[in-house]
Ligand binder design. Structure first.
Ligand code: NAD
Length: 711
């Protein structure tokens, strides 16, 4: 036996098995843990002195889920199938051994961790609102392959089980208790073990409900009329959300449906087959690669200069209390940082603080916070008009109007008030950082921190390194982004940086299609089918056409000043035309869509301005155009050194503008199909639609050398 689980037996004959994988920060389900659990079960079965088993953890978490390192090595579908069957054989033996088993859960029990707990006869859980229970597999393109799709429907009913596994959301202990997912809550760790032991003593002949002769699915099995009704709509509801891009969602439903017609063991085998299909899918490889490995690498500081010691911001200055400044003040104060929020009048500064008040009141109303916590956060935000109040700030972020002169003015005034070591950051969305730094007396301490709107919800901050930004300044910006719980990507200075530049290609491609005579509904549908969160024309309305026109004009001016030839994008004429007739977007109530209280509808006048062609292209062509144009631009960013790593490119695309997550990001899109196939298709698209599809040289080189962008 390995030492992944230690076993002690008390005087009452209750054995306590403590899972504690050596050398790992968390317990994960793999061979080591399951072999140890199998030994524990045999010992409990064979030792007459043992009357029951309590399964708990020696780590902060109960068990974090499957071992992704192991899964990433699987090459053949037989491997996941066999691993899943082997795990379930141990769990089945445990729940049918004739002695009570209780999970004593003092920390997160997720994925395979919750599945182990579901194979126990009772689950006692520490009543800590931060503790998470759930089956998040779907978020990585997987399916609960440790009996989740078999036991959850039998415990909670098919509908609830589908919800838990289809959404992958975390469930807090109190909610889990009300759903019937857990048996009892405990106040502290002593109480947890005491209650688990007591449950064993009180239920010496514990049996799972599904092993009772008269077992019935709560709410009915897949044959029952009520559930049949659910089955007639659930797949269409899921397809309407996922456009068929997430096979795991379909596999989860199929496994639950088929399992709901079968006995326990047959259902288990069916589940393992669907698990293997998920584990082998390109979608799960993409999501695990990016949203697990690359994201973790970024969070551990892969893009941060390693030599600079870690830093913390204790006092932050925010210049401009508008939409962005107010949001930045809120997230910083929530992270425990004192914030000075400065605007041109005290009313505007107070209004910025009121934004935090509103968000916090909502959290209190929803039970996610308390009045005391709200007041503590608000007390950290000091609205002001006085630059002297910035004294002592470690970091100042400006979020004033997007105007060089205004930005230069606030930079000088703030620098006069802060210490020589403080970092100054700009939240500009378009102006090159190197040029803004010209207003600074110490450009080495100047950096771009590009937040996204709405700041409280968007997870990404794009850090822009100007020509003179020092490594120390970059590291301090990086540490601050992590301190406020956001994910940083690091890019070099360039027009539109990375995110705005690539995002724009998506919207502009959609508008170009419209101009060519593609029906606007087909354009919008293609955006959603491609896996983007919003279709291109609707997105352009959100951003506003007037803002895009402003950026276009500015770019043209800059090109002229630099003596470079400017090539207008085919979409520009459409943006100009709509702006001329006042259809500037959602804020005006009219753009590509008409807006009113009932929602939005495509503007019928579009058909007059851009008559749909008699022959419409296939949707696949439109989807490819929308995805290839983004991926190719992202590759150009890598080629030009705007992007410093593939991980930053992938995470930036998913977290920044919602690039189809199942592709694993804009660069993984290329790696997944292989640079060779990408180059071939991009050349076809270039021949049909223009030079913007001509594949980036870096992809052509990768194709020729038979390697991937990620190496
Ligand atoms: P906003 O108009 O909502 O807010 C700007 C605020 O700055 C206003 O409250 C204004 O009173 C204040 N201000 C103007 N001049 C000032 C001065 N001299 N001193 C102090 N305060 C002054 O604009 P916003 O949308 O919050 O954008 C702010 C910055 O963030 C811009 O650079 C913008 O490009 C950038 N940005 C915006 C978004 C977005 O989605 N809106 C996203 C990323 C970055």
């Amino acid at each position: 036996m390995n030492n992944a689980i230690t076993l002690t037996v008390d005087a009452d004959g209750i054995a306590v098995a403590t899972m504690d994988l050596p050398g790992r920060p968390m317990n994960v389900v793999g061979d080591e843990l399951m072999t140890a659990l199998a030994h524990v079960v045999e010992r409990v079965v064979s030792d007459d002195a043992i009357r029951g088993l309590v399964l708990t953890s020696g780590k902060a978490d109960f068990c974090a889920g499957g071992d992704l390192d192991r899964m990433s090595k699987w090459q053949d579908p037989r491997e996941p199938f066999e691993a899943s069957m082997a795990m379930k054989a141990v769990l089945r033996r445990m729940e049918t051994m004739g002695k009570p088993v209780v999970a004593a859960i003092g920390g997160h029990a997720l994925g395979g961790g919750l599945e182990i707990a579901l194979a126990c006869h009772a689950r006692i859980v520490l009543d800590d609102p931060k503790l998470k229970l759930g089956q998040p597999e779907v978020k990585l393109g997987l399916l609960p392959g440790g009996g989740g799709t078999v036991r959850l429907p039998r415990l909670l009913g098919i509908q609830t089980a589908l919800q838990i596994m289809g959404e992958g959301a975390d469930i807090a202990p109190a909610k889990a208790l009300s759903m019937g997912l857990v048996t009892e809550l405990a106040q502290d760790r002593d109480d947890l073990l005491a209650k688990a032991r007591a449950w064993c003593v009180a239920h010496p002949k514990a049996k799972q409900p599904w092993d009772e002769a008269r077992f019935r699915f709560p709410g009915g099995d897949s044959r029952s009329p009520a559930v049949a009704q659910l089955w007639s709509i659930a797949p269409s509801v899921a397809a309407a959300k996922s456009y068929g891009n997430y096979p795991a969602v379909t596999h989860i439903m199929s496994s639950v449906f088929e399992g709901g017609l079968l006995g326990f063991d047959a259902a288990s085998a069916v589940e393992s087959r669907y698990f293997a299909a998920c584990a082998m899918s390109q979608e799960s490889r993409n999501m695990i690669g990016t949203l697990w490995y690359q994201l973790n690498a970024i969070k551990k500081g892969a893009s941060r200069p390693a030599k600079v010691p870690p830093s913390k911001v204790t006092k932050l200055g925010v210049l401009g209390a508008g939409m962005m400044g107010a949001g930045i003040a809120y997230v910083a104060a929530k992270a425990g940082i004192d914030v000075v929020l400065l605007d041109t009048s005290i009313e505007l500064a107070e209004k910025g603080k009121a934004h935090s008040h509103g968000l916090l009141d909502k959290a209190v109303r929803k039970g996610r916070s308390t009045p005391e916590k709200r007041d503590a956060v608000l007390a950290r935000i000091k609205p002001t008009t006085a630059y002297e109040d910035l004294a002592g700030c470690d970091l100042v972020i400006e979020a004033v109007f997007e105007d060089r002169a205004v930005k230069a003015d606030v930079t000088r005034q703030a620098e006069a008030a802060i210490g020589p070591d403080a970092v100054f950051a700009s939240n500009t969305s378009t102006l090159p950082i190197t040029s803004l730094a010209q207003a600074s007396g110490r450009p080495s301490h100047f950096v771009g921190l590009h937040f996204f709107s709405p700041v409280d919800r968007m997870p990404l901050v794009e850090i822009i390194v100007g020509r003179q930004t020092s490594d120390e300044t970059l590291a301090r910006g990086f540490d601050f982004v992590l301190q406020i719980g956001k994910t940083p990507i690091v890019v070099n200075d360039s027009r539109g940086f990375y995110t705005s530049r690539v995002f724009a290609t998506y919207v502009m491609e959609g508008i170009t299609m419209l101009e060519e005579g593609v029906h606007p509904r087909h354009v919008e549908q293609a955006g959603l089918q491609a896996g983007m969160p919003m279709p291109p024309l609707a997105l352009q309305d959100e951003v506003s056409l007037s803002l895009s026109l402003h950026v276009i004009e500015q770019t043209k001016k800059d090109f002229a000043a630099e003596g470079r030839a400017y090539q207008p994008h085919p979409a520009e004429s459409v943006i100009r035309q709509l702006c001329e007739i006042g259809r500037v977007g959602k804020k005006a109530g009219q753009g590509f869509y008409d807006y009113d209280d009932d929602g939005k509808r495509l503007w019928p006048g579009l058909a007059r301005l851009y008559p749909p062609a008699a022959a419409q292209p296939p949707q696949r062509e439109l989807i490819d155009r929308l995805l290839f144009v983004q991926a190719n631009e992202a590759a150009r960013c890598l080629e030009e050194g705007v992007l410093r790593s593939v991980a930053d490119g992938n995470i930036g695309s998913i977290f920044g503008w919602g690039f189809a997550p199942f592709h694993g990001g804009a660069l993984q899109f290329i790696d997944a199909m292989g640079p060779k196939a990408f180059v071939a298709r991009a050349r076809e698209l270039a021949a049909a639609h223009g030079a913007r599809f001509e594949p980036a040289a870096i992809v052509v080189a990768a194709a020729e050398q038979g390697r991937r962008l990620a190496g």
